[in-house]
Design a protein around this ligand. Sequence first.
Ligand code: BGP
Length: 466
Amino acid sequence: MGRAVAAHQVEGGWKEGGKGPNVSDIMTVGSHASPRKITPVIDENEYYPNHEAIDFYHRYKEDIALFKEMGFKCFRTSISWARIFPQGDEEQPNIEGLKFYDDLFNELLKNDIQPVITLSHFEMPYGLVEKYGGWRNRKLITFFERFARVCFERYHHQVKYWMTFNEINNQANYQSEVSVLTNSGILFKEDEDKEEVVYQASLYELIASAKAVKIAHEIDPSLQVGCMMAMTPIYPYSCNPEDMLKAVGANHKRFWYVDVHVRGKIPGYMQTFFKRKGYAMDITQEDLEALKQGCVDYIGLSYYMSFATKGDGNENLDYNEATDLCDNPYIPKTKWGWPIDAKGLRYTLNWLYDRYQIPLFIVENGFGAIDVLEENHQVHDQYRINYLKEHIIEMKKAIDVDGVEVLGYTVWGCIDCVSFSTGEMKKRYGFIYVDKNNDGSGTLTRYKKDSFEWYKQVIASNGEKL
Ligand code: BGP
């Protein structure tokens, strides 16, 4: 048991150690009501939360001491691709960037905390967007392979558990410009078919992921490389067969990525979909072979919520994430409109394990809330404890009753960090409060929340004492 973060949401130091700008560095602060702005050129009048984030780049030793105190067994973060290849297309890596992660991983191991690492967690060098158009360009496969090889060679003694792309399926919502930019480095052109562009980029990423898995196993057969899915199961609104079928189609569109990662081939329902839409996907025999040879060892997943959908008579079971979801009357929502459904975690673990029969690793789950720092520097976040407790109970049922194989559980945001979707600091997940506000003000001092002591005993009892 442990916790998780991502490089761009905690590190800051956006220009330090030779790092180049990455896609999250050009996004401003938004809110649930208004999305983050994407500014291809840095605008001096805007505030960019990821530039300093919570300054983990300079304070990681202090933070790891707190993780140790909580008893973390593992800690998930990512490697900032732009620290290693500042523009993305260099032949040689940036040594100072590599050195930063040597030190970070050593510090974790010194404290008996195993690093669990994602290669690309919603970030990539912005140079790859400007020069190549991001993952719309096949050349990215080679750049990613190079990045992956450098990381596996350098860190394979320190890191055993890896993931290739964070929530690769988040771009199934291709209407969200933030999701598309952070997943695949794409800025849309006017009048292009967004869906087609995103599916092609996804295919290139899946090929790159498979090649990375193969490279990892060649370098060190003991490495475990997983994929990482945003698992938001889509329930049928009712037992009406129309709703049931619509949900089948919706889950296909959201989770076809897992089929490719685990089974090493493009599922039939996607092949017929591409044909029907007239999408001429660029995929060669060699690519298909690469997919077969790069099946993942485990499925990493985030679980925050479930969705629901209603049938609409569409014979092709087409699904559009922006328009085809409906409210589920049985479950409440957070302030940011995220449905809270602990039983959905048990459902998801069963669904995945029945289908793929390989180990699962819950690498994100958590509760984003507005916390209040009291005058005595306490934060009473019982709501977070309740949320996590309910989810851990359901995870245990999936393991003990349903026989699902779960490798681990890392809660999102051990320490408050920049929200991915809105860029806000006030959407907090941590057990450790960071004094920093949405406009960047604050001392960056760390304070323990009530959930800190609670999670400490959860880890110590391996989930027995909740
Ligand atoms: C996941 C991402 C994380 C993270 C988390 C919480 O989708 O992998 O990077 O931020 O969600 O989301 P948010 O920060 O938008 O509340």
